[in-house]
Design a protein around this ligand. Structure first.
Ligand code: PRP
Ligand code: URA
Length: 206
């Protein structure tokens, strides 16, 4: 399933992030806020289980989340989405996968992986602001599935058609969420118009 999350606040904040004049602080803040807004939409189908709560007036037959949520940011840029989502889902556990693109081949190189236990029972949200060729996300999803994850949502900000196609082909069972689907990739694999290098813009490197 592929979902484009259209919301005026997301569009407004993403426009700020796209602006080349936006500095590290504002860029990170907007990313965090968009991640929270996306999480609100994405969590609509989280399963619930029954629960009785004693209120000051009596017993309320209500519900609580039935499954653990695990966030897996793809390092580095995915880190910029974690706190915005954890503000909404404070019980979410966090795993990490380190991945960078070889700048010549555009192939992903994995350099770190650490996950919480019981991924097989959790709803796993894989986070990365950019879905370009889809190579990094596809490799991360393969790794996470090897560790047992079954219910996976890939949450990205900006995607290229090439990246969406790659994930749909490699991982048809994974739900893809984007805040914007851009036009294309350029000759060096960057999304156009995109927002540039997300990791560099979040962390002020270059
Ligand atoms: C960026 C981005 C994705 C990847 C997307 O990371 O955060 O992980 O590129 O490109 P792809 O879809 O073609 O694989 P990058 O490799 O620049 O590493 P960084 O986050 O450490 O800057
Ligand atoms: N990685 C980024 O950070 N930006 C792009 O446009 C493509 C890959």
């Amino acid at each position: 399933m592929f979902t484009l999350l259209n919301h005026p606040l997301i569009t407004h904040k993403l426009a700020i992030m796209r602006d080349e004049k936006t500095g590290t602080k504002d860029f990170s803040q907007q990313l965090d806020e968009i991640a929270g807004l996306m999480a609100y939409e994405i969590s609509r189908d989280l399963p619930l289980k029954e629960k009785d709560v004693k209120t000051p007036m009596g017993i309320c037959h209500t519900y609580e989340l039935a499954k653990e949520v695990v966030l897996v940011p793809i390092l580095r840029a995915g880190m910029g989405m974690v706190s915005g989502i954890r503000n909404l889902i404070p019980t979410a556990k966090v795993g990490f996968i380190g991945m960078y693109r070889n700048e010549e081949t555009l192939e992903p190189v994995e350099y770190f992986a650490k996950f919480p236990k019981n991924l097989d029972e959790a709803v796993v949200m894989v986070l990365d602001p950019m879905l370009a060729t889809g190579g990094s996300a596809s490799a991360a999803l393969t790794k996470i599935k090897e560790r047992g994850a079954k219910q996976i949502k890939l949450v990205c900000l900006v995607g290229a058609p090439e990246g969406v196609k790659r994930i749909q082909e490699d991982h048809p069972d994974v739900d893809i969420y984007l805040a914007a689907l851009d036009e294309k990739l350029n000759e060096i694999g960057y999304i156009v118009p995109g927002l540039g290098d997300a990791g560099d813009r979040i962390f002020g490197t270059k």
